[in-house]
Design a protein around this ligand. Structure first.
Ligand code: ZN
Ligand code: ZN
Length: 291
């Protein structure tokens, strides 16, 4: 079984539901039969990630993520980074420092795996993490001092994929999030997650402007879709607007859960979302992606 639990479902500026980061848990059986999954992966870990994870491990179903009242970061085996905005990477320093210097269940540091496209990983260290994480007592550290690095390289048609438990395949695709001069020139990725045993798949947009033409095939094939959303139509949008998402075919909308939403999501004018779409994503609730 593969499950997805949003640490949070809010936008970058949300104060009610934490930012949109997700925990993927891979189980050889199911949560009913084992208290703890066989593998864990975070999709992004932003500024509110540490507080959201602390709230999550207080819940009985996620107690394995805590130890003595604090988060046991070593339970997060892997981290995938979609792009460099702070609502997706702002918690990484805390995660890395805890694994290196504070480890409640072990006398040794823990090195999780960090996964992204090779261009994001280079930029992530050089332009985001290095300032705080390079200085260490007695030396200057590098990304590989904190993480085992899995850099996904471009292939002919896309990028290398990675997997969990050898069964669940994660394929990344570029998203149209911020255009500096042209589409895809600032790296940002979404995910298609596939159960190689059944052929079923799930679509996860990451942060993306509306680009249904690019996603049509993936979203049509998927059994569930998760798409980011913004409510207000700006001159330079960086997410799909709710108006644009409403133009998708009904069968796609019915299986699409919206996340990365602002704090006024439950205002009466957004009531139509639960009828037209699979609804707004719920924070800290396990979604079964593949049984
Ligand atoms: Zn974001
Ligand atoms: Zn973003």
């Amino acid at each position: 079984m593969l499950t997805l639990t949003f640490l949070g479902v809010g936008s970058a500026f949300a104060k009610r539901n934490y930012q949109s980061n997700a925990l993927i848990e891979a189980w050889r059986t199911s949560p009913d039969e084992q208290p703890e999954p066989d593998d864990t992966l975070l999709i992004d870990f932003g500024c509110t990630g540490p507080v959201a994870l602390h709230a999550l491990h207080q819940k009985p179903d996620f107690a394995y993520l805590g130890s003595g009242g604090v988060t046991n970061y070593a339970k997060i085996r892997r981290l995938f980074v979609t792009h460099q905005h702070a609502d997706h990477i702002g918690g990484i320093e805390e995660l890395a420092f805890n694994n290196t210097f504070v480890h409640p269940d072990s006398d040794r540091p823990f090195k999780p795996q960090i996964i992204s496209s090779i261009n994001i990983l280079i930029n992530l260290w050089d332009t985001s993490l290095k300032g705080g994480m390079s200085p260490m007592p007695g030396k200057y550290a590098l990304l590989q001092d904190y993480f085992f690095i899995l850099a996904l390289r471009p292939t002919g048609g896309g990028f290398e994929s990675f997997n969990m438990l050898k069964r669940y395949e994660f394929e990344i695709f570029p998203t149209d999030h911020i255009q500096i001069e042209r589409k895809y020139d600032w790296p940002s990725y979404g995910l298609t997650i596939r159960d190689t045993q059944t052929g079923e798949s799930v679509f996860y947009s990451g942060d993306s402007r509306f680009d249904f033409d690019a996603y049509r095939e993936r979203m049509t094939a998927a059994r569930m879709c998760f798409h980011d959303v913004q409510f207000v139509d700006h001159e330079s949008n960086v997410h799909a607007t709710i108006g644009e998402l409403r133009t998708m075919p009904d069968d796609i909308k019915k299986k699409t859960t919206l996340y990365h939403y602002p704090d006024d999501w439950d205002a009466p004018e957004h009531a139509f979302v639960s009828d037209e779409f699979a609804g707004f994503a719920a924070a800290q609730k396990r979604y079964v992606l593949f049984a």
